[in-house]
Design a protein around this ligand. Structure first.
Ligand code: ADP
Ligand code: MG
Length: 764
């Protein structure tokens, strides 16, 4: 059944060629106990390794069950070892980090025998060698003789036809040697046992045939096979393959033996994950905060449609000529005028009547407030114990938005507390806003004609100002108009409109971000009354006729940004002009989208000049902050990624060290029939475990670190629980980490799988 035909094997070391086997031919019977004797270095081990398929012959042929092995591929040899051969080594060669039972099962595990059968067979084999009660011990908890018995059990368990034993008693004392020999003899009954030994006494006592070797040649054969004995049975070999699960178990057990190192490795390589995890959780959290802010507060910030719209779009920014098309250090003796950046970015909106009509058709329920602002100038006089004063800073006052929906809360009610008085949009009046400390500016106080450090609400509500009409205020002198200086008589003029502070308001506590501040606002009714009375005043009529500024007697500017245009002055004087600013206060985030869509629709069929552009401050703020956040995140993640790469390299080194440590195990596994692929799997499994461990460790630590991080952020900014680790990010990071560590371990795993099994077994 097994025949060596002129097997030749030599080893090349440097220039020296060592002939280990010189055309050896031997035939073996299906069932016999062959002892091979010979001096050290005579080629006995080489012979066994070749018979066992661990080593390849240079020439000749090995015939197994009448099949030549000349055309055997690596995989065939692996299967052959797994199915047909049981190895017993002088130094036992047990895998140290798994139990005895697992060691015995390994061959069957490699050939995919199910766990139950494995356990049963392994226990049977252990029973045969008398070690059943030691099943769950690790090899180093046994004596030499016991270990050799385990090795015999392992060789037997897969029921191979050939048992190869290389000096099985070489490391044992005489008494134990005899026990082992008895054991081997008992299993030799129905198998071919080829045993190498130094001990001629043992050989003669137990073997049925003795072959002597010398210098790589067969010297004698006590019982050669005769022609009549030849059999014709053929070879049947099962497949072998290690499942990834087995590889995992093997590596897991190995890793368990070096917990400390594995943990430190995992921790070190998790630092990248921690960094990225923290950064992502922070940027994720900030995004949520910004979103919230946008939804709660910014969504109520108005959409502004003004005669001049600031266009901050990217194309606009790019189109600004920053002199790029000019030569640097020009040679010509010329001076160039820079483009006006502001004017380039400004879009002049012509707010026509038809546009105002279009706006009127906007669904009112989307709005919580509107204001159509004219740049109207007020002729206002206040009165106190010092006398009468012209209010000069009324251009800083704002127009109180009106609530377009009677039944619902408007922008004012929802954002401000009314501290005193009552807002009545239908009356001309002032609304005084105080800040969160009930403070106002001195200039506001002066405008109201009040004095002191603290003024009661009552005093403020009682204070009466007067709006003087144009025809009383401007005295015509020939072609020019000059203001009337007699403030007292103007104040008491019955035409003058009485103006009082209707209400004192303060931003609500939770709306501080957009409402904090102070100042005066006036009702739309005031503007309407003034326009109604002033639009036909003499000065307005005169200004409509003249093409110069009637107040200053100066020509108008032609710059669109100037306050010195006919349009502006007419508006200022209270002619019935088209509003120059329109504020639309969206009810909420969703309405805002609808409003902007509606405004965009107007522009669809318009030329560039006809287009009406609006300014969405909130969107600008949030897109700006969003972009900055994204950029910062990308940069920080990129930096942390470097540590991921570093940790991959570290894993590669650690895996390589592990490969070096486990070379012996690689040899054992190969002897048991493991394929190169399986070896690769064992180490890939190891890096998989480390990658997974470090990934999870990183995520857990990153998660824990968000707690103090949130504390710090809360102390600095008052925002609670900003850093939030997104579960999807966490999973992706763990996967990336596993992939990276496996890439890091791939090269060492390949090196491991390429190890020559014979050399691997030889290493200590
Ligand atoms: P034995 O087992 O009979 O002591 P071996 O079969 O181990 O002898 O070795 C036979 C000869 O081949 C020895 O001279 C040994 O030095 C040589 N040899 C064995 N393996 C190698 C190897 N991998 N490289 C170089 N020489 C080797
Ligand atoms: Mg030897």
């Amino acid at each position: 059944m097994l025949e060596l035909k002129k097997i030749y094997k030599s080893y090349q070391t440097g220039n020296f060629k060592q002939q280990a086997l010189k055309n050896v031919s031997i035939e073996f019977r299906k069932n016999e106990f062959v002892a091979i004797l010979g001096a050290s270095g005579s080629g006995k081990t080489t012979l066994l390794n070749i018979i066992g398929g661990l080593d390849r012959y240079d020439s000749g042929d090995l015939i197994i069950n009448n099949n030549s092995t000349k055309k055997f591929k690596a995989i065939d040899w692996d299967r052959y070892r797994n199915n047909c051969i049981g190895f017993i080594f002088q130094n036992y060669n047990l895998i140290p980090h798994i139990t005895i039972l697992d060691n015995i099962e390994m061959g069957m595990t490699l050939s995919g025998v199910n766990s139950k059968t494995r356990k049963r067979k392994a226990k049977e084999a252990l029973k045969k060698v008398g070690l059943l009660e030691h099943a769950h011990k690790k090899p180093n908890q046994l004596s030499g003789g016991q270990m050799q018995r385990v090795a015999i059990a392992r060789a037997l368990v897969n029921d191979p036809e050939i048992i190869l034993a290389d000096e099985p008693t070489g490391a044992l004392d005489t008494k134990t040697s005899i026990q082992i020999m008895d054991l081997i003899q008992s299993i030799a009954k129905d198998k071919l046992v080829i045993m190498v030994t130094h001990n001629p006494d043992l050989a003669h006592e137990y073997a049925t045939r003795i072959i002597e070797f010398k210098d790589g040649e067969k010297l004698s054969d006590s019982n050669p096979v005769t022609k009549e004995e030849k059999d014709t049975s053929s070879l049947k070999i099962r497949k072998t393959a290690m499942s990834f699960l087995t590889a995992l178990k093997l590596s897991f057990n190995n890793i368990k033996t070096k917990k400390g190192r594995t943990l430190i490795t995992a921790f070190a390589s998790s630092i990248g994950i921690i960094g990225i995890g923290l950064i992502l959780s922070l940027s994720n959290g900030f995004k949520i905060e910004v979103d919230k802010f946008e939804k709660n507060s910014l969504s109520q910030a108005p959409i502004i449609i003004s005669t001049q719209a600031m266009n901050m779009s990217e194309e606009m920014m790019e189109s600004i000529d920053n002199g790029d098309n000019l030569e640097k250090y020009p040679k010509e003796e010329k001076v160039y005028v820079q483009d006006d950046i502001v004017e380039t970015m400004l879009h002049t909106n012509v707010l026509s009547d038809s546009y105002l009509e279009y706006l009127k058709k906007l669904d009112k329920s989307l709005l919580s407030g509107v204001s159509y602002q004219n740049m109207i100038g007020f002729n206002i006089i206040n009165h106190n114990s010092d006398g009468y004063h012209l209010v000069t800073n009324s251009s800083y006052w704002t127009l109180l938005p009106t609530n377009p929906n009677d039944k619902e809360e408007g922008i004012v009610e929802s954002n401000y507390d009314i501290l005193a008085g009552e807002i009545d949009e239908n009356l001309p009046g002032l609304i005084l806003q105080v800040d969160n400390k009930n403070q106002i500016y001195q200039s506001t106080l002066d405008a109201l004609g009040l004095k002191g450090d603290s003024i009661t609400f009552d005093e403020i509500l009682k204070q009466e100002l007067k709006v003087v009409l144009n025809d009383d205020y401007y005295i015509q002198y020939q072609d020019a108009f000059v203001p009337n200086q007699d403030l007292e008589s103007l104040y008491h003029n019955p035409n003058s409109i009485s103006l009082k502070v209707q209400a004192i308001i303060r931003g609500k506590e939770d709306k501080e971000v957009i409402t904090n501040g102070s100042g005066l606002a006036y009702t739309n009714r005031l503007t309407e009354m003034i326009i109604a009375k002033n639009k036909d005043s003499k000065i307005v009529k005169a200004q409509q006729e003249k093409n110069y500024n009637i107040l200053t007697n100066q020509p108008f500017d032609d710059s669109v940004t100037s306050n010195n245009t006919k349009e502006f002055i007419l508006g200022y004087l209270g002619a019935d002009t088209i509003p120059s600013m329109i504020y639309l206060y969206p009810k909420d985030f969703d309405s805002k989208k609808e409003i902007t869509t509606y405004l965009d629709q107007y522009n669809e069929d318009k030329t560039e000049q006809e287009m009406i552009e609006y300014t969405d401050m909130a969107a600008m703020i949030s897109s700006l902050s969003g972009n900055i956040m994204d950029a910062i995140t990308v940069v920080l993640v990129a930096f942390s990624s470097i540590s991921l790469v570093v940790s991959s390299i570290m894993i590669a080194i650690i895996t390589y060290i592990s490969v070096l440590e486990r070379i012996k195990e690689i040899g054992i596994l190969r002897a048991l029939g493991a394929r190169k692929k399986d070896i690769k799997r064992v180490f890939n499994a190891e890096t998989f475990i480390i990658g997974l461990t470090s990934g999870f460790l990183g995520i857990i630590l990153a998660y824990l670190l968000t707690i103090p991080t949130n504390h710090i952020i809360e102390n600095l900014s008052g925002l609670a629980n900003v850093a939030k680790l997104n579960i999807v990010h966490a999973i992706i990071l763990v996967i990336i980490n596993v992939i990276l560590t496996m890439i890091g371990g791939a090269i060492p795993s390949r090196i491991a799988s390429k190890k020559d099994p014979v050399e691997a077994l030889r290493t200590e």
